[in-house]
Design a protein around this ligand. Structure first.
Ligand SMILES: CC(C)(COP(=O)(O)OP(=O)(O)OC[C@H]1O[C@@H](n2cnc3c(N)ncnc32)[C@H](O)[C@@H]1OP(=O)(O)O)[C@@H](O)C(=O)NCCC(=O)NCCS
Length: 205
């Protein structure tokens, strides 16, 4: 079709024009709610069934996550989720007691998992930083990461980027999918902004 001089081009009204896809990866980080637990479970179970980044072999259940949520709530430890603008849970990060004994009360172990398509865009760094900030507010002094020594380059890189240093390795302590697996320990000193209230008496995991 050709336009003659004097023709007025037809311009679609704004609301009918094609929208360009947003190129920003938008999310909000907030404390987990009990309604998030089925999504958290799905994210974690994907890695249980398909990877060696966790040495868990059994898919987790909703009661397992309810119990963990209740424990962390009781101990006042952070359990964060990242959600998309439409409310989809993109990933989670939590801090749980390191070992079960009371003298470890100023130390936590972090756990961070992202859902499909959410990795490699800076979300892991944002979630882990938010977890560190929350722990510092609570008076936690040390954060430990226990990472598989196989296929967990992203986790090692993420923790190193956020100031964790390798604290040791244990080879061949795990066995999954017919393979021997070891663990890499990484640790970061936190800067607590106030004194930590004591954990409850049963600080087991
Ligand atoms: C580990 C995980 C949380 C990282 O989150 P992420 O959003 O992908 O990480 P980021 O985009 O914030 O990147 C953090 C760093 O890791 C690097 N990285 C990300 N994906 C990587 C990969 N597949 N291989 C190597 N490095 C990777 C990034 O380049 C970045 O480092 P840089 O800034 O120095 O380049 C995410 O990949 C994940 O959920 N992995 C599976 C579960 C898991 O391993 N959890 C940890 C159990 S201990």
């Amino acid at each position: 079709m050709q336009f003659e001089p004097g023709d007025r081009r037809r311009v679609l009204p704004r609301h009918l024009r094609p929208q360009s896809a947003p190129d920003v990866f938008a999310y909000a980080i907030r404390p987990a709610r009990s309604t998030d637990l089925p999504y958290v479970r799905e994210i974690y179970n994907h890695f249980v069934s398909n990877s060696v980044v966790t040495l868990d072999e059994r898919r987790s259940s909703i009661p397992y996550w309810r119990e963990k949520f209740a424990l962390l709530t009781r101990l006042g430890l952070p359990f964060l989720v990242a959600v998309s603008p439409s409310g989809v849970v993109l990933g989670y990060a939590l801090a749980q007691p390191w070992a079960g004994k009371n003298a470890y009360r100023y130390t936590v172990e972090d756990s961070i998992y992202l859902g499909p398509g959410a990795g490699g865009k800076g979300l892991g760094a944002a979630l882990l930083q938010a977890l560190i900030d929350a722990c510092e507010q609570l008076g936690i002094r040390e954060m430990v990461a226990v990472i598989s020594d196989s296929k967990a380059d992203a986790s090692i890189r993420l923790h190193a980027k956020l100031g964790f240093e390798e604290a040791g390795r244990m080879g061949r302590v795990g066995h999954k999918f017919g393979r021997e697996l070891g663990t890499v320990y990484m640790k970061r000193v936190l800067k607590p902004v106030r004194r930590r209230k004591l954990f409850g008496s049963s600080a087991g995991r």
